[in-house]
Design a protein around this ligand. Structure first.
Ligand code: NDP
Ligand code: HSE
Length: 440
C-alpha cells in the first residue's frame, strides 16, 4: 500500500520531535499502522531552520495554506499553537477533506465545538491525544479503555510547568522566577507562560477531559481557573505539617445540586493527602486519576510535555487515523467519545455550587474567645471542622496563625463564613483559602 502523506504545520519543539521519532521508528510504526507514514511537506515561518531539521527529506514552505490545500496530503498535523493562524489552517484542512492531528489544547478547548462539527460534516477525523497530558494516552483511556464506565470524576496534575515549579520551590527552596525560566528553557512552558502559571493551560486540558468523560460540549468559558501565583510558601509548609501536599489540579466531577445533575469543572491549587500516589508526582511529570463506576480508580502517569514525549502522542494519532482512514465515518471512534446525538446538556456549575473541603489560614490576636468566635461562625454556616493547628506567636509577636481543615461544604457557604471571620476585630487581614480533595 502506498504511504499515507502527512503535512506538518510548525516544526518547533513538538514538530521536530514528531519528525525525528517518525523517522527513527519508521519500520515499527509502519508495521503497526499497516502502511508507511511519510511527512511529505512542512510549513514553518523559519524556513531555513525547517530545512536544516528535515535535511532535504521533504518539501519545506513558509505558508501553511500550501499544505492544507495540497491534494497529495492526507493528514495535516497542526503544531503551531494559538487560536489565530492555527484555527484558520485547521478549518481549511477540514474543508479540504484532510484528517487533522493537533496538540493544541487552547484551540480545542475554546473552538472545539465548531471544529468537531465541521469535521463530522466532512467525514474526517480530528485527533488530539497530545493536547492533554502530553505523552500519557489519557484521551485513549477515557474515550476507549474506560468506555464501559460511568465516569464519576477525573483529577489530574496536567501542567508540567507548574508542577515543576511547585516541586523545585519546595525541594530546593528556589525562587519562582528562577524555576519558571528553567521550565521555559526545557521546553515545558507555553509560548505565553502566564497560561501555565495562571492555570489556563490546565483548564484547557480539564475542559477537554470533561467533554470526553461526560459527553458534554467543550466549555472552557465555564471553567473556574486559578493558578499558583498567589500561593504562599507558608501554606505549602503548613499543609505538609498536616499531612498534605499542594498541587495544581484540574478537576471535573459529576455531581447533583438540589436534585439537579451538574458538572464541576475547575483548576486550582489543591491540598491532597501526602500518602496518595498522585501527591508524589514531582517535577514536570503529569498524572491523571480517573474514577469509573465499574473499574474504580485508575491512575495514568508520565511526561506531560517535551519534544519526543508529546511526539509519541501525535504519532499515536497518526497511526489511528491511518488504520481508520478507509473506514466508514460512522464506525470510527467519536471525537468526544459519545455519538453526536448522545451528547448531554448537563450544565457546568458555577463555582458557588461546587462541593469540596477547605484549608483556611488566618492570623488572629492571641487572646481568649477568638477561637470560639471563629468556630461559631463555621458552625452557623453548617461547616464542620476536620482538623485544626494553632501556631503560637513568635517571640515578641502578638499574633498567632490558626489553620483549619473543614469537612465538605458548598463553596458559597465557605465564602460567606470567611467574610464573617474577616470582619472580626481579632482577625488580621485576609483568610487564605485553599480547596482540599481526599481523592479517595
Ligand atoms: P513551538 O513554538 O516550539 O513551535 C511552533 C512552531 O510553529 C515554530 O517553529 C513556529 O515558527 C511555527 N509557526 C508559528 N507560526 C506559524 C505559521 N503561521 N505558519 C507556520 N509555522 C508557524 O511550539 P511547541 O512545539 O511547543 O507547541 C506546539 C503546540 O503543541 C502548541 O499548541 C502547544 O500548546 C502544544 N503542546 C506543546 C507541548 C510541549 O511540550 N511543548 C506539549 C503538549 C502540547 P517560529 O519559531 O519561527 O515562530
Ligand atoms: N505548557 C504545558 C505544560 C505543555 O507545562 O504542561 C504541555 O501541554
Amino acid at each position: 500500500m502506498k504511504p499515507i502523506k502527512v503535512g506538518l504545520l510548525g516544526i518547533g519543539t513538538v514538530g521536530s520531535g514528531t519528525f525525528n521519532v517518525l523517522k527513527r521508528n519508521q519500520a515499527e510504526i509502519k508495521g503497526r499502522a499497516g502502511r508507511a507514514i511519510e511527512i511529505a511537506m512542512v510549513a514553518d515561518l523559519n524556513v531555513a531552520r525547517a530545512k536544516e531539521l528535515t535535511n532535504g527529506e521533504c518539501e519545506v514552505v513558509s505558508d501553511g495554506n500550501l499544505v492544507v490545500t495540497n491534494p497529495d496530503i492526507d493528514i495535516v498535523i497542526e503544531l503551531i499553537g494559538g487560536y489565530g493562524v492555527a484555527k484558520d489552517l485547521v478549518m481549511k484542512a477540514i474543508a479540504n477533506g484532510k484528517h487533522v492531528v493537533t496538540a493544541n489544547k487552547a484551540l480545542l478547548a475554546t473552538h472545539g465545538t465548531e471544529i468537531f462539527k465541521a469535521a463530522q460534516e466532512k467525514g474526517v477525523m480530528v485527533a488530539f491525544e497530545a493536547a492533554v497530558a502530553g505523552g500519557i494516552p489519557i484521551i485513549k483511556a477515557l474515550r476507549e479503555g474506560l468506555t464501559a464506565n460511568r465516569i464519576e470524576w477525573v483529577a489530574g496534575i496536567i501542567n508540567g510547568t507548574t508542577n515543576f515549579i511547585l516541586s523545585e520551590m519546595r525541594d530546593k527552596g528556589l525562587d519562582f522566577d528562577v524555576v519558571l525560566k528553567e521550565a521555559q528553557r526545557l521546553g515545558y512552558a507555553e509560548a505565553d507562560p502566564t497560561f501555565d502559571i495562571e492555570g489556563v493551560d490546565a483548564a484547557h486540558k480539564a475542559t477537554i477531559m470533561s467533554a470526553i468523560a461526560f459527553g458534554i460540549p467543550v466549555q472552557f468559558d465555564k471553567a473556574h481557573v486559578e493558578g499558583i501565583t498567589k500561593l504562599q510558601a507558608t501554606d505549602i509548609r503548613y499543609a505538609e505539617q498536616l499531612g498534605y501536599r499542594i498541587k495544581l489540579l484540574g478537576i471535573t466531577k459529576r455531581t447533583k445540586v438540589n436534585g439537579r445533575d451538574g458538572i464541576e469543572l475547575r483548576v486550582h491549587p489543591t491540598l491532597i493527602p501526602a500518602k496518595r500516589l498522585i501527591a508524589n508526582v514531582e517535577g514536570a511529570m503529569n498524572a491523571v486519576l480517573v474514577q469509573g463506576d465499574a473499574v474504580g480508580a485508575t491512575l495514568y502517569y508520565g511526561k506531560g510535555a517535551g519534544s519526543e514525549p508529546t511526539a509519541s502522542a501525535v504519532i499515536a494519532d497518526l497511526v489511528d487515523i491511518t488504520r481508520l482512514a478507509t473506514a466508514d465515518p460512522g464506525n470510527r471512534v467519536p471525537h468526544l467519545a459519545f455519538q453526536p446525538e448522545s451528547m448531554s446538556d448537563t450544565p457546568v456549575l458555577p463555582m458557588s455550587e461546587i462541593t469540596t473541603s477547605y484549608y483556611l489560614r488566618m492570623q488572629v490576636a492571641d487572646q481568649p474567645g477568638v477561637l470560639a468566635d471563629i468556630t461559631r461562625i463555621l458552625a452557623d454556616s453548617t461547616i464542620s471542622i476536620d482538623a485544626m493547628l494553632q501556631k503560637e506567636p513568635a517571640e515578641g509577636e502578638t499574633k498567632a496563625d490558626i489553620i483549619i481543615l473543614t469537612h465538605q461544604t458548598q463553596e458559597k457557604n465557605i465564602v460567606t463564613a470567611i467574610q464573617k471571620i474577616e470582619s472580626l476585630d481579632t482577625v488580621v487581614g485576609h483568610v487564605s483559602k485553599i480547596r482540599l480533595e481526599q481523592l479517595s
